[in-house]
Design a protein around this ligand. Structure first.
Ligand SMILES: N[C@@H](CCC(=O)N[C@@H](CS)C(=O)NCC(=O)O)C(=O)O
Length: 200
């Protein structure tokens, strides 16, 4: 049994979707309900995954732990496809996520006004370049890592929702929009969103 520490709408939503895709039993714990969350993850971030006496942190490491320890269709067996899936997982987690994190940082670090608007727009330019790159990939293949769904697609579906919180113009190409919509309609994604709402 796993324990997933989450924050509503955060990147931990993607971890929960993957737990559900793998049919794994888990308990959801809202980070805000933990008295001393830093004792669980010293850097204070979600996701954190409790398992037996251990806590695993870092979203990509958690996902790889789950995929390597449980049967699944999300991590291909062949070396070439597996490498592509891991590369795109890290592209999503280590490139796209930080690009969106800039928006949150700017909004909290700068007071509302011209400087904040300029900085948010500059961050959005960087994000849009990534979505152009993603659209280019999706014009050639149905999923980010090739012919099948891998965790990168799920991560992007969560990250993209964060743009709505900021007054910035983030543009997605048609293939990207279609893929994200398809993922958000999966039973795992719908159930994960509902479960977050049920845990106060
Ligand atoms: N590199 C970390 C980043 C995690 C991260 O930035 N989580 C955000 C939510 S999406 C968070 O918890 N931010 C609040 C904080 O760091 O205190 C990972 O991939 O797990």
């Amino acid at each position: 049994m796993y324990t997933l520490y989450f924050s509503p709408g955060a990147c931990s939503l993607a971890t929960q979707v993957i737990l559900r895709e793998l049919n794994l039993p888990f308990t959801l714990v809202n980070r805000n309900n933990v008295e001393d969350f830093q004792a669980i993850n010293p850097v204070g971030a979600v996701p954190a995954l409790g398992h037996r006496d251990q806590v695993i942190t870092e979203g990509a490491a958690i996902i790889l732990h789950l995929l390597q320890n449980h049967p699944n269709d999300l991590l291909p067996q062949s070396a070439v496809e597996k490498e592509a899936a891991i590369q795109q997982l890290l592209f999503a987690n280590a490139t796209v996520h930080p690009a969106y994190s800039k928006l949150f940082f700017i909004a909290s670090a700068l007071p509302e006004g011209e400087a904040q608007t300029t900085a948010l727009q500059a961050a959005a330019v960087g994000i849009n370049k990534l979505w152009v790159h993603i659209e280019h990939i999706l014009q050639q293949q149905p999923y980010l890592a090739g012919e099948r769904l891998t965790p990168a697609d799920i991560l992007l579906s969560v990250y993209e929702t964060w743009g709505q919180y900021f007054n910035v113009d983030i543009q997605l190409g048609p293939k990207t929009q279609a893929l994200l919509q398809q993922i958000r309609q999966r039973d795992s994604y719908v159930a994960a969103v509902a479960a977050e709402q049920q845990v106060a």
